[in-house]
Design a binder for this molecule. Sequence first.
Ligand code: C5P
Length: 234
Amino acid sequence: MKEMLYEGKAKKIFLTDNENEVIVYYKDDATAFNGEKKGTIDEKGIMNNQITTILFEYLAAHGVKTHYIKTLSDREQLVKKVEIIPLEVIVRNVAAGSFSKRLGVPEGTELNTTIFEICYKNDALGDPLINDSHAVAIGLATFEELKEIYGITATINDLLKEFFQKIGLILVDFKIEFGKDAQGNILLADEISPDTCRLWDAVTREKMDKDRFRRNLDNVKGAYEEVINRMKKG
Ligand code: C5P
């Protein structure tokens, strides 16, 4: 059995014989509201592994540098070992979620500009929203690194919006994370899946993502399956 390096809420990380590579294992566990709501979504790990694989391969094919190397099994990916930059980078194309609640803007409102947010990735503090000078002041990143991160994030948003639009889904918002490899390169890390994106059907506006779990809606698994089916057809 390989040595486990880390266990998160939705994934486990295992060491490999190569010090520059680790294995990501996708679990079925689902949490929401900073771990207050806990459950499982049957086969979520298998589905999110497939979805992340397709999206990371698509982004890499369009020049985005990612940690992804290859998919090893239905729940496992081989990835480059990176040091995660403790920021959650959130992009919002349409008002929803914590943005709607905090600023009193109804969900579904079109925005005059794309919103880029950063949160300090810290469970004990509940991943608070911060700004660039907070991040630099407490040593999470430099201004130069943030500039690079925002640039890559904007490219990722353009690519993902187009990808999902083609399969009849609106990319409402999403969260990504970055890591630094042994050479100091900034790479897209973690996952991109219905756990970390809001995806609405373009026609019905039905929620096709983890909001179904967060809000106790039915057919959570069916929504993830529908996303995969459209991705495979598209
Ligand atoms: O909750 P909020 O509206 O801030 O979430 C914005 C986006 O970031 C959503 O797509 C959500 O799924 C994602 N997110 C995440 N992990 C978090 C917080 C938000 O994937 N810890």
